[in-house]
Design a protein around this ligand. Structure first.
Ligand code: PLP
Length: 412
């Protein structure tokens, strides 16, 4: 572009909004050098996408959570500059590690990726030959090949560990652990949200791992709030902790954090982009998400958590008030003890009083305007579940009104 064109373009920028508003076709005035970003486009409208009020929760398929403003500011600002990617990971990792009481940390492409990379780090250390070898024929290359996991801790996400080529060894009791440990054992993994489904709790798991000179690892993907969980398991002695960035923390949905010992995080990074063509090459995270993740954690840790909890309770009260007086309707509020620890409402109704099913009410809410998603899948019965922590301020009133309408309309 000639210097004159740049000046012309810069002076044109302030009026671009008015032009794009429909007065004059922008391209014909300024020529082909106009960046598309000057044209205000609404892609959601253009593509005919359905947006909805999320009264379900942090489900990946629903795009989970809305990023905090601070996150988008970090993303936008860093998108305008080049920075060496490893330098971003170094600095962001250092800051995050301090926040969560770990020796080291790195931003990953989600908790799943943190699990795979952390596991890979344990297996390979800093040996480049081992890094190249994953996920095949581990034993031939002198790589440990088994991970011990309690039977009650299988929920599917252990696939993240198995991606490195390891085999999972199920155990139930302390004696099982002692028997299962061999020269092939790489680590002992714990799924925090299933803690109550196992016979061995956190401290004992860590103690057992120490006894056998093995790293204990833990998946706490969806397990804030409470905020203290961000450092609790590092303080307890787990060698790595995997966290989701895009759930209650409201960082980038495609980001997460691996926190752990210096050795494991350093080795995990060797298995990840941009440090070679490795098992983690497809788990690329760019500077925007790294800085966005850092901004999200910083904001999350420093926010007023009591105030947030009170806001959730107020939202629950609004919805409860709108529907609980309807004949045949009952509302119960529970708080899941570990994962997605926030108020969850169950709204149920008597079959003979209200002609709706779980699925049909879910569909009516979805098809309304605005569209609302609740938890209406799973076993078909006369109730729906919902959470309020992903609502935008004020949306509880819309959810309350729509529920009241549909339940009243269907009552005999
Ligand atoms: C959500 C979740 C994951 C995956 O987290 P991502 O950040 O989506 O990769 C892993 N483990 C558990 C227990 C989860 O709830």
């Amino acid at each position: 572009m000639k210097r004159r064109d740049v000046i012309r373009l810069a002076s044109a920028a302030p009026v671009a909004g008015a032009i794009a508003g429909g007065l004059v076709p922008l391209q014909s005035v300024l020529g082909a050098t106009v960046p598309k970003s000057l044209l205000k486009r609404d892609l959601i409208k253009e593509l005919g996408l359905r947006t909805f009020i999320n009264a379900a929760g942090t489900y990946t398929t629903m795009t989970a959570s809305l990023m905090q403003d601070e996150v988008m500011e970090a993303i936008n600002a860093s998108s305008k500059e080049f920075i060496m990617l490893n330098e971003v990971q170094d600095k962001v990792g250092e800051r995050i590690a301090k926040m969560v009481h770990s020796e080291a940390a790195m931003v990953t492409a989600g908790a799943f990726s943190a699990l795979t990379l952390g596991m890979a780090g344990i297996l390979t250390g800093t040996d480049p030959e081992k890094v190249k070898r994953l996920p095949h024929r581990l034993e031939e290359a002198g790589i440990k090949s088994e991970v011990i996991l309690q039977k009650g801790h299988y929920d599917g996400y252990e696939h993240a560990l198995a991606n490195t080529g390891i085999t999972l060894i199920p155990v139930e009791t302390v004696e099982d652990v002692d028997r299962a440990v061999s020269e092939r054992t790489a680590s002992m993994h714990f799924l925090n949200c299933n803690a109550l489904e196992g016979k061995i709790m956190h401290e004992e798991w860590v103690r057992l791992a120490k006894k056998h000179n093995l790293p204990a690892t833990i998946d706490i993907a969806a397990d804030v709030p409470p905020v203290e969980n961000l450092w609790k398991y590092n303080d307890m002695g787990f060698s790595f902790v995997a966290l989701s960035g895009g759930k209650a923390i409201r960082g980038p949905q495609s980001a997460g954090v691996l926190m752990g010992t210096r050795d494991i995080v350093e080795a995990a990074r060797l298995n990840n982009s941009p440090n070679g063509v490795t098992i983690g090459r497809g788990m690329k995270v760019n500077k925007e998400e790294m800085l966005g993740m850092y901004a999200a954690l910083d904001h999350y840790i420093n926010q007023d958590h009591d105030k947030e909890w009170k806001m959730w309770e107020d939202r629950v009260a609004v919805i409860d008030e709108a529907v609980s007086h309807i004949d045949g309707v009952a509302v119960t509020v529970t708080v899941p003890p570990i994962a997605n620890h926030s108020p969850k409402m169950n709204i149920s109704w008597k079959k003979d009083k209200i002609g709706l099913t779980r699925k049909s009410l879910g569909e009516k809410l979805r098809e309304g305007d605005p569209s609302i998603e609740v938890i209406s899948w799973g076993k078909e019965d006369n109730s729906i579940d919902l959470t309020v922590f992903m609502l935008k301020p004020g949306q509880e009133n819309i959810v309350a009104k729509r529920l009241q309408q549909e339940l009243s309309r269907a009552s005999s």
